[in-house]
Design a protein around this ligand. Sequence first.
Ligand code: SF4
Length: 324
Amino acid sequence: MTTILEVEQLRTRFRTENGVVNVVDGVDFSIRAGETLGVVGESGCGKSVTSLSIMRLLPPNGRAEGTIRFNGTNLLELSEKEMQAVRGNDISMIFQEPMTSLNPLHTVGRQIEEAIQLHWKVSKAQARERAIAMLKAVGMPRAEEIYGEYPHQLSGGMRQRVMIAMAMACDPKLIIADEPTTALDVTIQAQILDLMRELKEKTGTSIMLITHDLGVVAEMCDRVIVMYAGQVVEETDVETLFEQPKHPYTIGLMKSIPELDEEREYLDTIPGAVPLPHQMPKGCRFAPRCAQAMPICREQPPELLQLDGHKCRCWLYAEGRHEA
Ligand code: SF4
């Protein structure tokens, strides 16, 4: 399968009042054509900053270094004008809260139309036709009427469908969806995930799905990277992740999924919190929260080890280093 996105040694730094901090610190991953890659971790692990680095949408105090090769072109070397041609056309994004990305003053139809006309040389009538077709494709009832409505007239689920219609309007090769269903209630969440899966199957678009929810990963993804404190700590295919998670952080995340068939009063949660970028522990970044931490874990940072069908950043799996 062709690789469409290859991220190598991505480092994203921010100038802050505490000095320069690395929020993403040496991240490598790739996405193949037609694949859905899940990017999992708690908030503060660098998932969203990774996606904003790919889209070159970092705030002015942020800077990404490394290589982000999309279809062979390093996006970090493009001019802003060249990057504008990529955004929304080759790669588009769906955010958690559509109200912050939709313009409240314009009708949803006009916004989809504008996204199309920005990248495609089509007449207004053709753009309108495509916009209505997209609203129908995302399962909007009364697509022609919705076309003339404003975002505030729609429910949260419908707004997210509009965002998906807009993101898919120019047939992108990659969609980055950042917690696309987190703000929605469970039933609508399931409908939006079904829709994304259906559209992906029809169009062959690749998806980078950022989520803190392993339930969403199980439903949607082919492969998964788990991020912790700005680094990839585990990478494998989705079946292996659920059957044989290796990293203690991933195992902790698994234990915090509510199990429907079990009436547990309390969920197991991982104690403590993700370290702040300017307070990273010296050794393994997960050591202060890890029940299996060994002396070496507090002294030396583990490498991302290549195991059988798995990558894992943990001293437990380094030969000759197991001291438990
Ligand atoms: Fe836990 Fe040590 Fe593995 Fe880090 S390296 S996850 S502290 S066992």
